[in-house]
Write a protein that binds this ligand. Structure first.
Ligand code: DGL
Length: 272
């Protein structure tokens, strides 16, 4: 079967966090069929080496290509930082977008020359956002900070309590004093802390850039320009197929928090 408008969009992440990207895509492109893969057996990626993340990313890309996707979205910032070029090369003619290029573009479009980035240790250590931002505008100054505790807090559901407030304050106080024009939420889990982060930056004029929304915008533009958007004359929502590499029960319990809707069926897949 060749690629058509009805072909699915493949979205992948190290685990559950990429559902924030699925949520943004479902909102922007409700008719699209989606195949999601969360690598729950090997999460977290944010503390692993570039080589390991690259190898995992290519295995998942092969899985999505076997599913005949028309577009691959790398929802995971850590994968986008380590392996976007490798994934693109593996995809050949099928386009592959990553959250880092999307978030960087959105920050530059939002205006200003001073940009903050927060992400996992791997994403911040790779300086991928710094490189991507300076390619778009060499006059930009980037201030970044790894916030590794935010991933486990989000998975625990502690996004809006005293512990979250104190953690955000500890991580972000320095950045708050940098007169940032915008702050990129460079990790799948961070949109869940959006309100707490916005409160901290209240009064500074700093715009909060959600890379999930940014990649949904880029995907919309790409499908439109290539004329492969699903324009089926129907009121039904696109299909959503969900695959994980381990423990679908826990994934199912947490999914609603990230996606805002229940997932009825999750299949387990062994990539090895
Ligand atoms: N999905 C990862 C990211 O966006 C966060 C979780 C992990 O470390 O695997 O960087």
């Amino acid at each position: 079967m060749s690629i058509s408008q009805e072909s699915p969009i493949g979205i992948f992440d190290s685990g559950i966090g990429g559902l924030t990207v699925v949520k943004a895509i479902r909102k922007a492109l409700p008719l699209e069929n989606i195949i999601y893969f969360g690598d729950t057996a090997r999460v977290p990626y944010g503390i692993k080496s570039v080589e390991t993340v690259r190898q995992y990313a290519l295995q998942i890309t092969d899985f999505l290509l076997r599913k005949k996707v028309k577009l691959v979205l790398i929802a995971c910032n850590t994968v986008s930082a380590a392996a976007h070029e490798d994934v693109k090369a593996r995809c050949g003619k099928i386009p592959a977008l990553g959250v880092i290029e999307a978030g960087s573009r959105a920050a530059v479009e939002a205006g200003g020359k001073t940009i903050g980035v927060i992400g996992t240790l791997a994403t911040i250590g790779s300086e991928a956002y710094d490189k991507s931002l300076s390619q778009l505008d060499s006059g930009i100054s980037v201030y970044s900070r790894a916030c590794p505790l935010l991933v486990p807090l989000a998975e625990e559901g502690w996004t809006n309590n005293e512990i979250a407030t104190l953690t955000l304050k500890t991580y972000l106080s320095d950045l708050r004093n940098k007169n940032l024009d915008s702050l990129i939420l460079g990790c799948t889990h961070y949109p869940l802390f959006h309100d707490g982060i916005a409160d901290l930056f209240d009064g500074t004029g700093t715009k909060i850039i959600d890379s999930a929304e940014s990649i949904a915008k880029m995907a919309t533009e790409l499908l439109t320009s290539r004329k492969i958007m699903n324009s089926e004359e129907s009121t039904r929502k696109g299909n959503f197929e969900c695959y994980v590499s381990d423990k679908p029960q826990r994934f199912q319990q947490l999914a609603e928090r990230f996606l805002g809707e229940k997932i009825n069926r999750i299949e387990i897949v062994n990539l090895n």
